[in-house]
Design a binder for this molecule. Structure first.
Ligand SMILES: NC(=O)c1ccc[n+]([C@@H]2O[C@H](COP(=O)([O-])OP(=O)(O)OC[C@H]3O[C@@H](n4cnc5c(N)ncnc54)[C@H](OP(=O)(O)O)[C@@H]3O)[C@@H](O)[C@H]2O)c1
Length: 309
């Protein structure tokens, strides 16, 4: 089968659509014929070798952790799903890949809601899991005010909508060109960078209750000040979190939080109600994956980058 791989660490030119053996659905898993699959900043870090010390990979490695497609194999013990069903979901996240391929084995999935296109569903699952995990940890609920640093990206756009659905008020930071976009998703936009505290106070005179950092831009000291305490801040992107007493949430590896895979069903239900979508920044064919990685590496994709098959 065709799969997006790299056999050595390096720039986007190391990406290759290679012919690799098809995976098969073991117990509790399903295999899908992939229609679309997400690209994440972590994929770029894995490819470049930036993570080679913390997450060494057997090479060649097949990239991608989420996908949407049509079920074609159902593993032992799996009920409620049949070949031919349309689903979206994640691979075993600890394997750090396997989804940017013609066939992918999913470890968690939900029926694809009609309200999401293949591209939207293909890039949904990992960010829904991430946002749900962090909103749960921050105990985001009705009446709370949440600040999201990095609201216009893949994680941020999903987190805005899931937090609004929980009844929270959301302030989201983005570059000026993305303010209208962030507002359409349900957050009050503001600019990131110097003076953030004053801008947030103007928007939320009673203060914010909790903060999600999905930018990893080095702003944690400011975010802690805005929140009033490091335990009201969670980052998914800043590797210096411990230095500021902030929790860095991960879904796999040492110190990982429990995965919030129940978020997939919740997001799917919201999508059917017209309360959740996945803004797609751009879709590329798998043969054009280098352009997808280049867009991700700009750090300014508006929403989710996906690959189609
Ligand atoms: N730990 C986990 O479980 C986990 C899971 C998923 C992702 N992550 C990490 O979370 C981070 C975000 O992932 P993502 O997929 O959302 O990335 P992304 O889609 O590439 O994020 C791009 C967005 O970041 C915004 N941005 C750039 N510089 C910013 C700054 N200084 N302040 C605030 N926003 C800024 C951009 O908005 P503008 O164009 O408006 O500037 C752009 O819309 C990555 O580091 C990723 O590796 C971690």
């Amino acid at each position: 089968m065709r799969a997006l791989t790299f056999a050595e660490y390096g720039p986007t030119s190391v990406l290759e659509v290679a012919d690799v053996p098809e995976p098969h659905a073991g117990p509790g898993r399903i295999r899908v014929a992939v229609r679309a699959s997400g690209v994440t900043p972590a994929d770029c870090s894995l490819r470049s070798g930036r993570l080679r010390d913390v997450a060494p990979l057997p090479l060649p490695h097949v990239l991608g952790v989420d996908a949407a497609g049509v079920v074609d194999e159902v593993g032992a013990g799996v009920t409620g799903i049949r070949p031919g069903d349309a689903v979206f979901g994640v691979v075993d996240i600890a394997e750090l890949g396997g989804a940017n391929a013609e066939y992918a084995v999913l470890a968690a999935w939900e029926p694809k809601p009609d309200a999401l296109s293949w591209e939207q569903a293909g890039g949904a699952a990992a960010n829904v899991e991430t946002a749900t995990r962090v909103l749960d940890r921050l105990k985001v609920g009705p009446g709370m005010t949440l600040l999201i640093e990095g609201a216009a990206g893949g994680v941020g756009t999903v987190a805005i909508q899931l937090a609004v659905a929980r009844g929270a008020t959301v302030i989201g930071t983005a570059g000026a060109r993305n303010h209208e976009f962030v507002a359409e998703l349900g957050a009050t936009p503001t600019t990131y960078g110097a003076g953030l505290g004053e801008r947030v106070t103007a928007l939320a005179p009673d203060g914010v209750d909790v903060v999600l950092d999905c930018a990893g831009s080095g702003s944690l000291p400011d975010l802690v000040e805005v929140a009033g305490s490091p335990d009201r801040v969670v980052t998914v992107a800043d590797l210096n979190a411990a230095k500021y007493g902030v929790h860095m949430s991960r879904s796999a590896g040492p110190g990982a939080d429990p995965q919030a895979l129940e978020g997939l069903a919740a997001a799917s239900a919201l999508a059917q109600q017209g309360r959740f979508t996945v803004p797609v920044a751009a879709a590329f064919t798998i043969e054009n994956a280098a352009a997808a990685h280049q867009l991700s590496e700009t750090g300014h994709a508006r929403g989710k980058i996906v690959l189609t098959l």
